[in-house]
Design a protein. Structure first.
Length: 287
């Protein structure tokens, strides 16, 4: 066999070698009758491995891919339209290069490209300036609602007006008027005394009693019924300005009786009803 030339020698041309079983120089030929043909090339290397710097880095497009884009772009420009570019980007997005769905397409002028669900819509209606002003409480004084509600009227005098004397102005109290009344309910007789002021307010003591035709006190027998410290108001007032009392004694059928009322300023000395001459303001009736 011919050995490979050393590095100092000039490269030799290619050569072919045949080996046979008689060639005992090779160990793999020692046990058989195989025949081999070897071809040795001694010329220079014509296709070296590319350098590391020339290799495309991972994640960057290689030369072939860039060349493909350039060819597609030239074809699109030569065709006179740019419609190939959205399709190219759509295909790239489908392949995983872009996370935006290709169905969104190009943005339309005047319309937001963001999804409606990405924005929070404020559905609360905005109050107009007029409604805001009307809802603002005024700074004026709060009206007194109690004064606008009419006070409940007191029950009227239960006696029939025809069973009452006409109003009499008192001599000692020219601002106060009084009248005695009576009413019958079955066999019972009620004495009623009523009063009021002509103007303003007066504080009075009211006395009421019943006597017979001779001037004798029938009921009470010694001291008149009294309501002291009562208020006298104008007749239009809603305050109750009357009192009544039942006569609990037996009366004589067909006899004449008189209801007597005396009204004095508060704190005045009570009337002496045992005196026949003391009668106050009177209203007589026949039982």
């Amino acid at each position: 066999m011919i050995e490979r030339p050393s590095a100092s020698e000039e490269p030799r041309p290619s050569a072919s070698f045949n080996s046979s079983p008689s060639d005992t120089g090779r160990a793999y030929q020692a046990a058989g009758s195989q025949h081999f043909h070897e071809h040795h090339y001694h010329g220079p290397v014509t296709n070296p491995a590319p350098a590391v710097a020339d290799r495309p880095s991972k994640g960057r497009p290689g030369p072939v891919w860039v060349a493909s884009i350039a060819v597609v772009t030239l074809v699109a420009l030569a065709s006179g339209g740019v419609w190939l570019w959205p399709r190219l980007t759509s295909a790239h997005a489908t392949a995983g290069g872009d996370k935006t769905p290709h169905s969104a397409g190009a943005p339309v002028p005047g319309r937001s490209s963001a999804s409606p669900s990405a924005k929070t819509r404020n559905t609360t209606p905005k109050a107009s300036s007029g409604s805001a002003e009307s809802s603002t409480p005024s700074e004026g004084p709060i009206p007194d609602t109690q004064s606008s509600v009419p006070a409940p009227a007191s029950p009227p005098n239960p006696a029939d007006p025809k069973n009452c004397r006409s109003w009499k102005t008192l001599t000692d109290m020219a601002n106060v008027q009084v009248r005695p009344c009576w009413r019958r309910e079955g066999s019972r007789i009620y004495m009623v005394g009523e009063w009021h002021a002509l103007q303003g307010v007066e504080t009075v003591d009211v006395y009421l009693w019943l006597k017979d035709a001779s001037g004798q006190a029938v009921y009470p027998a010694s001291n008149a019924l009294s309501w002291r410290g009562k208020g006298a108001y104008p007749a239009s007032s809603s305050e109750q300005q009357w009192e009544q009392a039942v006569v609990p004694v037996n009366l004589v059928q067909g006899a004449e009786y008189t209801v007597c009322i005396s009204v004095y300023p508060a704190g005045h000395v009570p009337p002496v009803i045992t005196n026949p001459e003391v009668s106050g303001t009177q209203k007589s009736f026949t039982y």
